[in-house]
Design a protein around this ligand. Sequence first.
Ligand code: SAM
Length: 306
Amino acid sequence: MAEMTQQARPAEDTLAGLLREGQALLAHAGVENAENEATWLAERALGLDRLTLKLEEGRDVRPADRRLAMELLARRASREPLQHILGSQEFCGLEFEVNPHVLIPRPETELLVKHCAAGLRSVPQPLIADIGTGSGCIAVALAVAVPTAVLYATDVSPAALEVARRNAVRHGVAERVRFLPGDLFAPLQGLGLDGSLAAVVSNPPYIPEGDLAGLQPEVGWYEPRLALAGGIDGLAVCRRLLKEAAEFLAPGGRLLVEVGMGQATAVSRIAVAQGGYNPAQRLKDAAGIERVVCFVRNSDKSQVTK
Ligand SMILES: C[S@@+](CC[C@H](N)C(=O)[O-])C[C@H]1O[C@@H](n2cnc3c(N)ncnc32)[C@H](O)[C@@H]1O
């Protein structure tokens, strides 16, 4: 009798059926990595690991579990980012809380962290500013990588700073990262930091105005506009950053800025025109795109145009 009941059970009530249905739903919605994403969402909904899902694919799924899994799959099918549904994203080997108030950390930004950390090895107790910290991924990863560093992390979004603070606590660096609300370097004024930072790092918003409408739904519909929009040519925030950073960097201090595809040359030129920095070094990401522009602050303060 038990055997008969099992044979009569509809295939979609099993783990394999749920995964098939989930994959089809996501693929139909235009999600590229539909098979893996359906699996990750099923893992979360059912509290099972990938191996169990595969090895026990004939196992029954309880109606309540199925409902939860279908809820998560429907959210993803509406192109809500996977990271918002799961609530986190890995960056530099660390897990970061994310929500719609912050940009989801991107793998290419790890280049900036690694290069900055490597350059600070010989500096005893470096002071670093992360401008536009968002989830805090850069500041927190740097604090972990450089245990003697003290960081100042600013953002205009108080809601983003709340997430960043939680991420600093989560990774045990909250005592060395000071989160400050405000526009670029404004929150650093009056803290006695002028001319004393060993490094300034930033991944500013750099999407040109005209490109915003063409972003994929996960980005354009769900990520904060404040984290994306860089004005007409994408460089509005970067220009101000180059100017303001010069005041806070120590001679020999480094400025590392993430840029969008094709922006490295323009950013280097802006710095040359402004003065205050040695010629730029440009770093390529894994896709061969010039992604990070690095400057060293020279010692001639008079060069910086106001
Ligand atoms: C591209 S996101 C980068 C977030 C994070 N640093 C990362 O790499 O994932 C840019 C961040 O800069 C912040 N932002 C935008 N304009 C700003 C400004 N004028 N002053 C300070 N922060 C700003 C946004 O709120 C956003 O969190």
